[in-house]
Design a protein around this ligand. Sequence first.
Ligand code: GLC
Length: 548
Amino acid sequence: MENFKKSTIYQIYPKSFCDSNGDGVGDIRGIIQKLDYIKSLGVDYIWSTPFFASPMNDNGYDVEDYRKIHPTFGTMADVEELIAQAEKRGMGIMLDMVFNHTSTRHKWFQKALSGDPDYMDYYIFKDGSPKEPPTNWQSKFGGSAWEYVPSLKKWYLHLFDVTQADLNWENPRVREELKEIIRFWKEKGVKGFRFDVVNLISKPEVFEDDTEGDGRRFYSDGPKVHEYLKELTADTGINHMVTVGEMSSTSLKHCIRYSNPEEKELSMCFNFHHLKVDYKDGEKWELAEPDYRKLKELFETWQCEMEKGKGWNALFWCNHDQPRIVSRLGDETTYWKESAKMLAACIHMLRGTPYIFQGEELGMTNPGYGDIEEYRDVESINYYHILLEQGKTKEEALEILGQRSRDNSRSPMQWDAGEYAGFSTEKPWIGIPKNHSWINAAAQEKEEDSILNFYRKLTGLRKKYEAVSEGAVEFLYREQPEIFAYRRRWNQQEILVVNNFTGREIKLPEPIKDREYQRLLGNYPPEQVKWIETLRPYESMILLKKIL
Ligand code: GLC
């Protein structure tokens, strides 16, 4: 059995995790200081978002040199120590490989800009009149996906920021360069990789206008993506490591292929369909109430179909690009603790490998920034201006950012109630939410039934019960969207997970006979009843039955 089935992975956004040298920005030595805390969560791997040399236009997802460490984060010696110290504690470090694009400051792009044809072929340059980009494709951060270079009289493709130029994977030299980077980090003792937007690497042969959308249908899960991934995996020998691909606007069919072990591509995939159920008609920058029916249907389809196709899901609510889940689908006030635990239980018992994003284990909320000056993220700032151009008022635009901005997850980790939340001794690069006075790690260490301790129990259950790591999954009460319930079965073990997604009491369609089950975990004190008939607000329970 692959060990990642019993594993939980902790995600760190280093800029906001822990600042060891008092410059207001988190760093690698800060992570080293907190390794015992991370270990105490029961996780097996730590994925850190990029800390490589970068102009930081997209906080490190614009890599200038994949073998150098950005000085703000530390040195190569620090990274080596991080790898060694994590290993000492039985944890592996996973690095984030941003291989769809590089920073325009990368030496390859600089050589391309100087007109070197070999390096121009590392990127996607197209001819065209300076007035009209080669296609109407849109950048994911707003505006055209093409930028004109007057000296070359050509346009280059950037699916993200203008300083993130897309690499040309058609070119075998590019693929070799990227493999070398993997080998370099493998040698340093890294135990796994996360591949950034890796399903966008294969572009179509012909570049044409998209009359239906922003162009994504032409390059998401593109024509040669499986071929490229197989080659990368085989030639770098990473098949025995933990690898996860971030898949943008992907499909189930492709995710099965990416993650079925027989295909030898990746261990698992992130997809984002379940995090679009509160988008209005698929539009991120339009607010809508979450559609719980859709959420449940999506989980059911992905869980059951991935099981049939022998694929493997990465399970997550939060990351550095998503708003905080308790603010999004839970309740930040009356049922803060109950809803944060319920949301955790929901995904941690599913089939797949769960991810915890720093601070999620504390029930951290969106920071509630009230002014555009408080935002740092390139996407958020771009869209703020786009929303104003579309006729929204400043208040409306800020309300949308307050719910949708990626900065919602990038506020500093709340370690304690001190002035800078124990994150730094100086004013941090981005504002600290006021609620750090009561939502913080120090307070939750002292409290037996804290969210933090609940997460520790969840990672333990995955290790202990094969039904969780290996079992088949079946969804229950399908007609009732507000109850998220499923069963996991493995040999003689059955685990039943029942969650109330609302702040109301809800009657179960069929009562559960309490005596038949052992309660493993819940977010309310258990009641002494014969039959469990109702669920309390945001109630969650995990029950075990031994099938005789
Ligand atoms: C991924 C990253 C995101 C980044 C983008 C471009 O979606 O998670 O933070 O901006 O790729 O690299």
